[in-house]
Design a protein around this ligand. Sequence first.
Ligand SMILES: [Zn+2]
Ligand SMILES: [Zn+2]
Length: 272
Amino acid sequence: MDKIKFQVLFTGSEGNCSLLSYKDTNILIDAGFKTNKKMQEILGPVLEKVKIDGVIVTHEHNDHFSPWTGRLCMENEIKLYVHEKHIAGEEDRKTKYLSFTDKRKGETKYVNYEIIKEDDPFVIKDIKIEPFTAFHDAAKTLGFVINNEFGYLADCGYISNNIKRKLENVKYLALEFNYDIKALLLSDRHWSNKFRTMGKFGHLSNEEALKFISTLKENNLLQIVTLHPSNSHCDLKKLEEDLKNIGIKYSVSTREGNPEIIFDIEKKGEKI
Ligand SMILES: [Zn+2]
Ligand SMILES: [Zn+2]
């Protein structure tokens, strides 16, 4: 049977991009790079190996979606899947996300894009994607359920009942594990930043994420991948210990250089 393959190419506040493949379909979840140099460094080797069929965007913060996302799509003829709120203000922006004018050649290129909506599933070749609303301080933040078995949720300050319902049956989950509550509170960050991070529309603490996966483990959850660690308030060694205690197969992502994961556990108790 064909398996979902997943690789966290880049994650954290500097940028986010994951590659998900199923059968002959390859998609990127977010492609938020702050510079072209970084994007080429991370995605250059990937684009040499696979043809990307679509980029799906979680939200419009520039570590997830930036003008470089648009350039990537234009230059490689990739379709972009965005919520209408992700592209609001495009007309007024000095730097366009969805078009690029080469002044020397006098040419303008446009991104081929499709508007997606929460709770309205869409298909990219072999992959079915169901977007749902996450809690975060962007105009619109989405999580995704893919092929009814894989969940993706980054940048989400609060696990609402709706999110619980959307993810309750997934077997595999990529979830934000952003910060240790104590480490953040004791840090010298400005209090307003601490409140923003810890708020309902901020980021998910490791404690909350662990609690959530403990409940999903009672259902169908078999394997998880952590996303979006804070550089300074997320102790990855401690996180590994905590995940070990939960007794689930896990991969702790570092900012970049993560291996490909093939989700190959079918039932509980297999190969864990
Ligand atoms: Zn982010
Ligand atoms: Zn964000």
